[in-house]
Write a protein that binds this ligand. Structure first.
Ligand code: FAD
Length: 581
């Protein structure tokens, strides 16, 4: 264990709140190949791809990493089953390829999930259409692919569906099929990608950095034609100048706002909002995920099984309000529940059953005259011809492809030198072989064969369930958490009895994952904002605040403010529930 801790520390010690000030003070004196604005999955992927190909990078985000859409998605690495109906075969091939790679590279974070699709009498989708769709979906995914989806679709009779899913509506059920996509933790994927980028850069001795709470405010160039990127450090309060050969605008729904700051007058983004409701899975009674059609407008949406929870979503409506704080409203919730209670009639889900809700905004590319759902999910790379590049659109699932396209684009334009790595070849498929991440074999052993788990761990309070949860969440980082607990039993304690989060995890987030606030822990290092009932959130946030004051000596007033900020966001997303109970 000691050797592992040392090795882990050598890669990730700089990604600690303790090192931040020292690190940020260095950047004004450096010259980077690539400056990346935006630390969502798009920016994170570009940083990782840059590191793999030997380029230095400096990435900044105005908030926490994954603050934007990359923590508010449906949390699926998926091929886009519904895009088949829109004839987007190329996009489905690209997405399924990336999904399959992700599932093999990060098995703890990207886990197979079966989706049941049912045909009903008089419904929009006939049984034969569903059968053809699931067949094509797997064919597009697996035909001549290096990475295949090993979980094959199956056709289901009505009786079989009712045996597997006794809670679904029986009347008029003709049969259906099950196909497989994957669950992913979107914000953890983003943070792990940034960590991987930094670790790869470090192993190649290339100075590279990633800073959260560091806002892009303006742009210029110096006499050597280096781009000067001005950023404001929201923690230290200083303004810094970062020099780069090229600047990437990867700010998702804020792309147009960022362009304005760079004095570029162009519009790319059509923001559309999507919400999710979360209920306990046993309450809805589903055993798998479901692809459903809304009974109101025929739109496709999901019930997603995530461990003991069911996520219901999403919606897709044009959005022109505050990009920083989209919220779930009563009308969004009613739209989803209407269909849920039709398809799961015995469950009779009401507002009382909803434990949390969240809203995200899609960074779709403007396409005149199309409805929200019909806008393509393709990505674009745009050169503003002053070494300022915008990348937008796309999906979480295809972040590696988007990153590779961006780097190849920069090479082709001559903005960065060619490296020895071959062109047009996916170079970044090495999460799997990267010793810093858990391998599929380790993961399967840990979860299925129960070999890694040693009964002695029970003596220090690490139960089998907690062990599995940590491996899923943190990969090999889980062993750092276990090490903390072995050395200090108090760190193994939960903050509140009925929620799994322990003190050791919070220490890990601060020491190795650049967490800086309570929201960073509860919304992006874990899914606490989704999994703990909204009425208990304040109690937990206050306990964490007290712990941080005692353990690290953090400032009391600052922590109080962080608790209020977090609770306010939870309140906004659940206000309609409290007002209508
Ligand atoms: C409801 C919903 C469900 C979805 N479900 C899925 C799904 O299941 N699977 C899938 O593959 N895709 C899904 N998507 C799409 C996917 O989530 C997005 O395509 C992806 O997360 C976008 O990532 P991004 O990095 O481009 O943007 P973001 O994640 O929004 O990142 C942009 C970052 O830029 C930062 N920023 C903004 N301005 C500045 C500034 N001035 N200075 C510094 N930083 C700045 C922001 O703080 C933010 O962190 C979904 C989207 C939505 C809305």
């Amino acid at each position: 264990m000691e050797n592992f801790v040392k090795e882990f520390d050598s890669y990730f010690q700089n990604f600690s709140f303790k090192e931040r000030e020292k690190q940020i003070d260095k950047v004004d004196k450096k010259e980077f190949d690539i400056v990346i604005i935006g630390g969502g999955i798009t920016g994170a992927g570009i940083a990782r791809e840059a590191a793999i190909r030997g380029y230095s990078f400096c990435l900044v985000d105005k908030e926490d990493f994954a603050f934007g859409t990359s923590s508010k998605s449906s949390k699926l690495a998926h091929g886009g089953f519904r895009y088949l109906a829109q004839g987007e075969i190329k996009l489905v091939r690209e997405s399924t390829t990336e999904r399959n790679w992700l599932a093999s590279a990060l098995p703890n974070l990207v886990r197979p999930l079966g989706f049941v699709v049912n045909a009903y009498e008089g419904g929009k989708d006939s049984l034969s259409k569903i059968k053809i769709a699931v067949f094509l979906y797997d064919l597009i995914s697996n035909f001549l692919s290096k990475y295949k989806n090993k979980n094959k679709h199956r056709y289901l009779t009505a009786d079989k569906i009712l045996e597997m899913e006794p809670e679904v509506k029986k009347e008029g059920l003709l049969g259906g099929a099950i196909y497989y996509d994957t669950n992913v933790d979107d914000s953890r994927l983003t943070i792990e990608t940034i960590k991987d980028a930094l670790a790869i850069a470090k192993s190649k001795k290339i100075d590279s950095y990633a800073f959260s709470y560091c806002r892009f405010i303006g742009f210029d160039k110096d006499e050597n034609n280096y781009k000067l990127v001005y950023v404001q450090d929201r923690i230290g309060g200083l303004t810094h100048t970062i020099r780069g050969k090229v600047v990437i605008n990867a700010t998702g729904i804020w792309i147009d706002e960022t362009l304005e700051k760079a004095n570029i007058k162009q519009k790319f983004i059509r923001p559309t909002k999507g919400v999710h409701l979360i209920v306990k899975r046993q309450r809805l009674g589903n055993n798998n995920a479901f692809g459903l059609r809304s009974i109101d407008d025929g739109r496709f949406f999901f019930v997603i099984r995530r461990e003991n929870y069911s996520y219901i979503g999403t919606t897709d409506t044009d959005y022109n309000e505050n990009l920083d704080e989209p919220v779930c409203e009563k009308k969004d919730c009613d739209y989803l529940l209407n269909t849920i209670n039709y398809v799961f009639p015995k469950a009779n889900i009401t507002y009382k059953d909803i434990i949390s809700a969240y809203a995200g905004v899609r960074p779709l590319i403007l396409e005149e005259g199309k409805s929200e759902s019909a806008v393509s999910r393709k990505h674009i790379i745009y050169d503003h011809s002053n070494r300022f590049i915008t990348i937008g659109g796309g999906k979480l699932t295809i972040f590696r492809k988007m990153a590779e396209d961006t780097i190849l684009f920069l090479q082709k334009k001559g903005y960065i030198e060619q490296t020895k790595l071959k062109k047009n070849k996916l170079q970044s498929n090495k999460f799997k072989r990267n010793k810093r991440n858990i391998s599929k074999k380790d993961y399967l052993i840990a979860l299925k064969e129960k070999i890694i788990y040693k009964e002695e761990l029970n003596k220090v309070g690490i139960t089998r369930d907690y062990f599995d949860y940590c491996i899923r969440q943190y990969g090999k980082g889980a062993f750092i958490i276990f090490d903390y607990i072995i050395k200090n039993l108090d760190l193994g304690k939960r903050f509140i009895d009925d929620y799994i989060l322990t003190k050791a995890e919070v220490v890990y987030h601060f020491n190795y994952e650049m967490a800086l606030t309570i929201s960073d822990i509860l919304e992006r290092r874990t899914e606490t904002n989704c999994h703990l009932h909204y009425e208990k959130q304040r109690q937990l946030a206050e306990k964490i605040a007290s712990f941080l004051i005692d353990f690290y000596g953090f400032n009391n007033d600052e922590l109080k403010k962080q608790v209020e900020d977090y609770c306010e966001r939870i309140d906004k997303n659940t206000r309609f529930l409290r007002e209508n109970l």
